[in-house]
Design a protein around this ligand. Structure first.
Ligand code: ARG
Length: 466
């Protein structure tokens, strides 16, 4: 069998790998997307080798020119990927070897173990940036809808039962808080990725006089002051997959948020609620029932969250109980991470599209929030301000609610004398409590749904998202 097919590690072998083994062990079918990062890493590594005198400046230039040409070929879709060469690293190194004699020196003081760790850390920094930007796009769409529907009131729900009136914008801003935490979480993952593994070698570094800090600076693994950040333990560096897990966690938690937002929208767009019309562009019809308009985009957003959680679970299971340091199991770390990235990116764009296309039904929202019972708590607060202890006030209002139910009338239609029989502290002004705008205006504290707070939040989000 083709011993030559393994030019990189074939020296101690007399026979080449079985065809089945090649198929089984290749990763180039999925890790080829790392090529730009692998090439940047190799350029920085060879620049460092030249800097410390392990290769000449001329050799370094030839390596750089060769890598640039390969990258251009890859970008143009003309590069011939070969699964026999296992992975992205060997495909690129072998292609370089065919063009540049000095390519044989590129892997000096480097292993694929610290190379893949470096490629992935560079990729995580890139991926987190992309996702943060896409989530910001969805946040901007949300802010625009909130602004366009600023005066609409809806019931806020607990236990999926109508609880208290809120501005719709307050509900939308709750989603915004969730999404903004996701965005910050990706920034945090990028910060954790920002340590350079190169120089850790296969497990125990190298005897050669390399300069790890030089490579780190060349690759942008630096702190806010531009100081190099290099990993501190060579064994941990090649074994560690924490950033993979943190990235998948950030995606999975974003997925949980998506699923909750999507669920609200699915409910709100049903005939039972009908608070919102979702745009045709993000709904589908039924092949049988001509009248149907289904919120499929939202259902898929809800469904994709399962997949994102599954990817996280794969990574946790993959690394659990794995002995230090590198084990080939770890090659399986990439498909779940790439899938989480692809799906999260897609979901963030779809969410922005769904949010941007919503039309709210003002009358339906107004009807849903019109029941004065939603302000029963405010009525208890009214009694508290008259000096009634809250528990007693709660009980008295409960009795008033019961009275309304018994007579099948609205809470605000009970004659004042009847209410005063329940508790003497009810004054002639008690019905004023049921004006929802008045009720909201009284909610002035930070984080509350009152109009002044809402204005504050609008300004805050405009500032944060510009
Ligand atoms: N393709 C490998 C991976 O993704 C690269 C590292 C290989 N290292 C090794 N010792 N075989 O894990």
């Amino acid at each position: 069998m083709a011993k030559a097919s393994q030019a990189t590690w074939g020296g101690r072998f007399t026979a080449g790998p079985a065809e089945l083994m090649l198929q089984f062990s290749e990763s180039v079918s999925f890790d080829r997307r790392l090529a730009p990062f692998d090439i940047v890493g190799s350029k920085a590594h060879s620049a460092m080798l030249a800097h410390v005198g392990l290769i000449t400046a001329k050799e370094c230039d030839a390596i750089h020119a060769g890598l640039d040409a390969i990258l251009a070929e890859i970008a143009a879709g003309k590069f011939a990927w070969d699964t026999k060469l296992e992975d992205v690293h060997m495909n690129i190194e072998q292609a370089l070897t065919k063009r540049v004699a000095a390519a044989a020196k590129l892997h000096t003081a480097r292993s694929r173990n610290d190379q893949i760790a470096t490629d992935m850390r560079l990729w995580f920094k890139f991926a987190c940036g992309v996702l943060a930007e896409k989530i910001a796009g969805a946040e901007c769409a949300l802010l625009t809808v909130a602004g366009a529907n600023r005066d609409i009131l809806i019931p806020g729900y607990t236990h999926l039962q109508r609880a208290q009136p809120v501005y719709l914008a307050h509900h939308l801003f709750a989603w915004l808080e969730m999404l903004d935490r996701d965005r910050a979480r990706f920034a945090g993952v990028a910060a954790h990725a920002n340590w350079c593994p190169l120089g850790s070698g296969a497990i125990a570094g190298t005897t050669l006089p390399i300069d790890r800090e030089f490579t780190a600076v060349a690759l942008g693994f630096t702190d806010a002051k531009g100081r190099p950040q290099v990993t501190q333990n060579s064994m941990d560096t090649v074994a560690d997959r924490d950033v993979f897990i943190e990235f998948a966690t950030a995606c999975a938690l974003f997925g949980v948020h998506l699923s909750r937002i999507a669920e609200d929208l699915i409910l709100w767009s049903s005939a039972e609620f009908k608070f919102v019309e979702l745009s045709d562009a993000f709904c589908t019809g039924s092949s049988l029932m001509p009248q149907k308009k289904n919120p499929d985009a939202c259902e898929l957003l809800r469904g994709k969250s399962a997949r994102l959680q599954g990817n996280l679970h794969t990574l946790l299971t993959l690394t659990k109980g794995l002995p230090l340091t590198y084990n080939r199991d770890l090659q399986e770390d990439k498909p779940p991470v790439f899938d989480s990235f692809d799906q999260t990116a897609l979901c963030a764009d779809v969410l922005a599209g769904v949010l941007g296309g919503m039309t709210f039904y003002r009358e339906r929202c107004a009807a849903a929030v019109a029941d004065p019972a939603l302000l029963a708590t405010d009525l208890a607060d009214y009694l508290v301000l008259k000096g009634v202890p809250f528990r007693e006030a709660h009980h008295a209002v409960g009795a008033v609610v019961r009275l309304a139910e018994k007579n099948t009338i609205r809470l605000d239609q009970i004659p004042t004398e009847e209410v005063q029989k329940v508790h003497a502290a009810f004054g002639p002004d008690w019905v004023q409590v049921f004006d929802p705008l008045r009720a909201l205006a009284k909610r002035t504290g930070t984080g509350m749904p009152g109009p002044a707070q809402l204005t504050k939040q609008f300004n805050r989000w405009k500032r944060l998202l510009k």
